[in-house]
Design a protein around this ligand. Structure first.
Ligand SMILES: N=C(N)NCCCC(=O)O
Ligand SMILES: [Zn+2]
Ligand SMILES: [Zn+2]
Length: 330
């Protein structure tokens, strides 16, 4: 294989352009794109664009997820080309590129949501699928609007400590605690195939769960995973999602604060990063049409714990989305 001057490896024009080779350029050198991948403007077309949305004006508690994309990119420098857990080269089996960040108005949530939807739709012309790094969970609503325009109602597999199907906060309908209620009301999701995983902690009222079920979500709680194990949780997820086009939304606070302290609304009693990664690895053959990883807030992080976890979550998503063919390429 001929390394190019910037240390990226590419065997021919047709092969995907992969990350900067860490054996040629130290992984701590250079400007951080996700996993040191090429930028979207450096490739003709991407199968998947990784894109940041530095927006956190929808938070109900600790702010700071606007700095999530940069923090996750920094921690992603250590990722390597081959994923043995899924036996795939996620950057060789498909072209993945970093599209930078979408611009979202920090002072006007409605304007931001419109900008995010437009930005996602426009990116859709240059990349087949998007994997988004948030940003707070508000961003899932415009992303689902863009996905719906392309695919119709999708199964939403939502990993989170929180339901995020609440109605309003201080009268505001568009916040990080409400995206999936709005999405359900707008007909964006498949009400027979959507599910929350990792739910735990105090609610506002008993009726929250009744509302949530009516809005189309089944639930695998964090406690269910503890009592029955990952394999049983995966069985329930796969039975629910079936063959529907699947959008995966991962709030990093689904992890226990011991595994992901850097987030705005932490809840005790969460999943381990090992459990979450195992669940994602079991989704390989599902029809994943897009994904987000949200709520990483670096100000509360320590030693990049949360960002390392989030970067591996993105890596498992990209691996699960990679086509499986006869030829194994890096
Ligand atoms: N989407 C996240 N992370 N949290 C929603 C929590 C809403 C609340 O403060 O009750
Ligand atoms: Zn949450
Ligand atoms: Zn959330």
């Amino acid at each position: 294989m001929q390394p190019s001057p910037n240390g990226t490896s590419s065997e021919s024009d047709a092969a995907p352009r992969g990350p900067v080779d860490a054996s040629l350029v130290p992984r701590f050198a250079g400007i951080a794109t996700f996993a040191r991948l090429p930028r979207l403007d450096e490739v003709d077309h991407a199968d998947i664009a990784v894109v940041g949305i530095p927006f956190d004006s929808g938070v109900s508690y600790r702010p700071g997820a606007r700095f999530g994309p940069a923090h996750v990119r920094e921690a992603s420098r250590l990722l390597r080309p081959y994923n043995p857990a899924q036996d795939v080269f996620p950057f060789g089996a498909q072209q993945v590129a970093d599209a930078g960040d979408l611009v979202a108005n920090p002072f006007d949530i409605s304007a931001a949501v419109a900008e995010i939807e437009t930005g996602a739709r426009e990116l859709g012309a240059r990349a087949d699928r998007l994997v988004v790094i948030g940003g707070d969970h508000t961003v899932a609503l415009p992303l689902l609007r863009a996905i719906h325009a392309q695919h119709g109602p999708v199964a939403v597999l939502h990993f989170d400590a929180h339901l995020d199907t609440w109605d309003t906060y201080f009268g505001a309908p568009t916040t990080h605690g409400t995206p999936f209620r709005r999405a359900s009301e707008e007909g964006l999701i498949d009400l027979t195939a959507s599910m929350h995983v990792g739910i735990r902690g105090p609610l506002y009222d008993k009726g929250d769960l009744e509302d949530d079920a009516r809005l189309g979500f089944a639930i695998v709680t964090s406690e269910f995973v503890e009592e029955n194990g990952v394999a049983a949780a995966v069985d329930r997820i796969r039975a629910r999602v079936g063959t529907a086009p699947l959008y995966i939304s991962i709030d990093i606070d689904v992890l226990d604060p011991a595994h992901a302290p850097g987030t705005g609304t932490p809840e005790a009693g969460g999943l381990t990063s090992r459990e979450l990664l195992r669940m994602l690895r079991a989704l390989t053959d599902l029809r994943i049409v897009g994904a987000d990883v949200v709520e990483v807030a670096p100000a509360y992080d320590h030693a990049q714990l949360t960002a390392v976890a989030a970067s591996h979550v993105v890596y498992e998503l990209l691996s699960a989305m990679a086509p499986r063919g006869a030829e194994e390429t890096r």
